[in-house]
Design a protein around this ligand. Sequence first.
Ligand code: NAD
Length: 493
Amino acid sequence: MNDIAREIPAEDAFADIEQRFWSMHKASRTQPPPGEAERRQSLRALRRAISATSAEIIDAVSRDYGWRSPAETLMAEIVPSLIIVRDALANLSAWMRPEPRSSGVLFWPARNKIIRQPKGLVLIIAPWNYPVHLVIGPLAAALAAGNRVIVKPSEFTPATSAMLKRCLEGALGANRVTVATGGAEMAQGLCQLPFDHILYTGSTAVGKKVMQAAAANLTPVTLELGGKSPAIVHESFDLPLAALRIMRGKLLNAGQTCIAPDYVLAPRKQIEAFTELARKTAGGLYPRLLDNPDYTAIINQRHYDRLAGLAADARSRGARLIVADPAGELAPGEVGAPAQRKMAPVILSGLSDDMAVMREEIFGPLLPIVPYDSLDEALAYVNARPRPLALYYFDEDRRRISHVLERTVSGGVTVNDTLYHFAQEKLPFGGIGPSGMGAYHGRDGFSTFSHAKATFVQARHTMTSHLAPPYNRLFDWLMRFAVRRNGGRAIRR
Ligand code: NAD
């Protein structure tokens, strides 16, 4: 038995989790919702749990990946998890405060307010690619909003999932947060339970199944899905800088990032130059591949084979592949080292739509470069395809930037760099259409997991007492007033 098998407990049985669900569900209906102090306590406990286990987190994620760069786990899992919790703690009072809204003149002097209440018991389903942050991010928002939570982490990161179970249930109590380890069957079973909200992060194909299952209970869903996110480079932009920023975004986690630039649209006359810059830049970022601690492996054999298959399919259909292997570590003709599941950065050109790499989300270090002749042609290319999760545009001209922002629809955008819109707690993060629905992060996450309860508080003496029979002259006057005030023309009854 190897180390991983020894340390990882058996997956949870669905019957146990279902029992836990009903106990948490009952608690969410019978116990008062947590006030601000209790929510702060939960968030602080979450923060302590992350800090106390950061070394374990780095180790567990790396074991799950075969190798995950410790720097990346620190930068893209632990630090953003701490940031999201800190932001929730800093803003909780403001988020929880009832929001006054004015009432119409006819209802004067009644008052309106929106009270944000916990939805109750929510389900968070997470993928493997950022197995900690994509659990902690939504979890912090759900706890800030006062919910009880069942988390279903990915079965492809068993060491991390087991660690999360131990650490989250230990820190928060299993009646506040339960972690359900297990595979697709566990996730499917959970989706059939009457949760008050489901936040799912993962593939578009599974997202549809989640929504279908949730529909049976009319459970609202937030779907954080994937897709092919384009990076468009304008000819006037500093090409080496664009190559650097695109390759950094592409190669983080060896391309296994939902918002990684999937492909590049570059001016036709700059294709050669960009391809060469991309290769050189990749070599500068990762001078060695196999034993480079900064370069992450592909999560499992299935995904390695899938990526190698995408490269082979493109090659067999006439694409040119440039493999960034600066230290010459790979066997001739190979795009990676299957034994270590390390895949080289591969830049592809000469592409056509029949190639799988141009149809499927890549989710790995392969970067197709597509030429365009005019900016509008590049935008038409993007708009002819499913709406992406992210879009990147490199240009300094404000008029053209506005044009691109106006003429494309994507979940989010970073201008003149990649990925960073995700890291902004003040911006909502989410997709549109096939790349997702709904959003979270910061206040938007709090809102996602809260019910915005419309509350009308009537006054003792009120104008509305005249809006009832017997309809008299004051009523007529009020109606004439209301019609005129709202732009209508005098009406007689
Ligand atoms: P996946 O869809 O295979 O799995 C994600 C989760 O779904 C796992 O926990 C899994 O157990 C669960 N699951 C599997 N079958 C299910 C079912 N029938 N019903 C409910 N849940 C089920 O996705 P993945 O391969 O783990 O993740 C990769 C995808 O996720 C990519 O498309 C990527 O773009 C996307 N992604 C999106 C974001 C985002 O924030 N938008 C972030 C990371 C990854």
